[in-house]
Design a protein around this ligand. Structure first.
Ligand code: HEC
Ligand code: HEC
Length: 200
């Protein structure tokens, strides 16, 4: 496995006193905690709710860090800040292990995925190469460590969250994404979201 941990993520994790993902994270216990999440994120971790991301197949480190950001109110989204109330570090790690182990939907990515648009996808593919998205998210966009899977994610969520990074509405473990999207137009973001959502 290629390790590309950034100082930012490491420092944040240390600051928030998150223990490193324990080998002993208990996915079965995580599944037992996930019932309230299913209404929004889908029973199998594949979301059919507009603007709610799928969690299935995400790297456990990414899931852990984002849940802590929500719990501490650093990533400010009222629905998720409420969902993380009273969730312990152990719960976070077990929930992360549960969702990381679920298979992501790939074909079709989502029942309500917009129809394929070859021209959009081609523009998105070119932008992704030009801006080196695959260097961090991996060439198949499966994600690694604190970097999320993008392949098969809901197109509406991808667009929405990239707009949030650009407008400084989404605070992450570091400012990598604010920089990575600097100067991209609204059409560029839409093309990237379409291309990434239809990746297997
Ligand atoms: C009321 C709906 C709702 C519930 C319940 C809910 N979530 Fe969420 N969740 C969201 C929304 C909306 C977002 C996206 C926020 C944004 O736009 O930045 C999100 C984002 C996330 C993310 C970040 C994923 C990413 O790709 O950025 C994680 C991890 C997560 N939720 C885990 C959970 C877990 C675990 C539970 C149950 C304990 C849960 N959520 C319950 C609505 C919900
Ligand atoms: C230098 C490494 C790096 C590069 C290059 C990069 N990313 Fe990221 N990306 C990250 C990290 C780290 C995160 C998680 C940040 C956080 O905590 O919010 C992330 C998060 C995201 C998310 C949020 C997904 C989710 O489920 O919450 C999207 C969408 C995204 N990146 C798209 C892209 C696109 C498109 C490109 C190319 C234009 C790109 N990234 C380039 C490191 C990178």
């Amino acid at each position: 496995m290629i390790v590309r941990d950034t100082l930012g993520a490491a420092a944040l994790a240390a600051a928030l006193l998150v223990p490193p993902p324990a080998a002993a994270a208990d996915a079965a216990r995580g599944a037992s905690l996930a019932a309230p999440c299913a209404a929004c994120h889908g029973a199998d971790g594949n979301s059919t709710t507009p603007l709610v991301p799928s969690l299935a197949g995400q790297p456990p480190v990414f899931l852990t860090l984002q849940m802590v950001l929500f719990r501490e109110g650093i990533r400010a989204v009222p629905a998720m800040n409420a969902a993380m109330e009273g969730i312990t570090d152990r719960d976070v790690e077990d929930l992360a292990a549960h969702y990381a182990a679920l298979p992501p939907h790939t074909d079709p990515p989502h029942a309500d995925q917009p129809e394929r648009d070859a021209a959009k996808a081609a523009r998105g593919a070119a932008l992704s190469v030009q801006h080196r998205c695959g260097v961090c998210h991996l060439p198949g966009y499966t994600g690694q460590n604190q970097m999320p899977r993008l392949a098969g994610q809901r197109e509406d969520f991808l667009l929405h969250t990239m707009q949030d990074y650009q407008a400084q509405r989404r605070t992450g473990t570091d400012t990598t994404m604010n920089a990575a999207l600097y100067g991209l137009s609204g059409q560029d973001l839409a093309d990237l979201a379409h291309y990434l959502a239809i990746q297997r």
